[in-house]
Design a protein around this ligand. Sequence first.
Ligand code: FMN
Length: 389
Amino acid sequence: MSRTYRIIPADCADYRRLAERRLPRFLFDYIDGGANAEHTLTANCADFARLRLRQRVLCDVSQLDTRCQLFGRTLSMPLTLAPLGMAGLYARRGEVQAARAAEAVGVPFSLSTVGICAVEEVHAACAQPCWFQLYMLRDRGAVTALLQRALAAGCDTLLFTVDLPVAGIRRRDIRNGMLDAGWRGRLAKATQLALSPHWLVDVGIAGKPHHFGNLADRVADPSDLTAFKAWLDAQFDPSVSWADIHWLRQQWPGKLILKGILEPADALRALQCGADGIVLSNHGGRQLDSVASTISQLPGVASALDGRLPILLDGGVRSGVDLLKALALGAQGVLIGRPWAWALAGAGQAGVQNLLEALRNELAVAMALCGVSRIEQINAELLEPCQAG
Ligand SMILES: Cc1cc2nc3c(=O)[nH]c(=O)nc-3n(C[C@H](O)[C@H](O)[C@H](O)COP(=O)(O)O)c2cc1C
């Protein structure tokens, strides 16, 4: 006989289960899914699991410290919340809740161009400015205006996403009617919404407005979501190229980080273009399926850059142990995407905060058992030999 126990969430997987219970199916799958057959999505996590650490003993780890310096700030650990589109649909005013949780734990929050809450709303809710993520739009006037708003809200770090000249194919979104504005799509979504009454009241009704806050001034009627989405789809600019980085560099006085670099040659190009850092990323396996996992690409990219540019990594980080492995292979920090989305959907601000604290604790314990006390001491020697690329 099966019994249901009420558990206290202890890791990402627990929050994922909670999120699955709360969210309408199309939203859960939007977060959870990847591109095409999801090979890269799977590899991102599996390749972390394959790496083996080395246990060291009798190292006096009584003064353990997970703090680090990243882009001019002291963080409680080398981790940032990745930009996620539409987080205001995962929970009521979701970006604000997640940004508050990040601030409480002492790590940055990144706001997506296509967040539900505008940069001003997030700014008003927090003392620390967030990082801002930009997708290039055809209307460069709109981009300039967006950057001005981010600057006015105190943002000092821009993540410019370079791995989405076109949107990847996400089969779960097709099946769930996410991309179908006709009657079949409406019927599919309505059926799923009817099965999520808690979300419907808490987020669907009480969490309005649901338009993309950073872009609402660009369309005549932001509450007309179909027209809004059509405008946005037409705005994504597939002609974006390295020349735009030079243009962007002139527009943005703060730190400029290129997000979505996967190959050593592109990392070197980012260096030449004057970027201040890169996020080694395959968009969480949501763009080109069958590309390599990010953790498997890290040694090659780190070796090409040879310390000349900070590397953040995302894709598949699910624990403090994974964070330690990424640092050991040459990253200066990581971003987490789905984990914070699941925690937010499952338990709101408190959930994100609890998850972040659990990750920090896992990192501290893993450091101690590997015999290191400070982030700067983490290097490839913590891994079994022959795994450093
Ligand atoms: C639901 C969802 C929405 C996302 N939206 C954005 C976005 O708006 N901008 C962006 O640069 N990346 C976006 N990403 C990619 C994340 O920033 C990040 O690269 C990825 O989630 C990392 O992988 P992980 O989910 O395995 O941690 C999104 C990812 C997910 C799962």
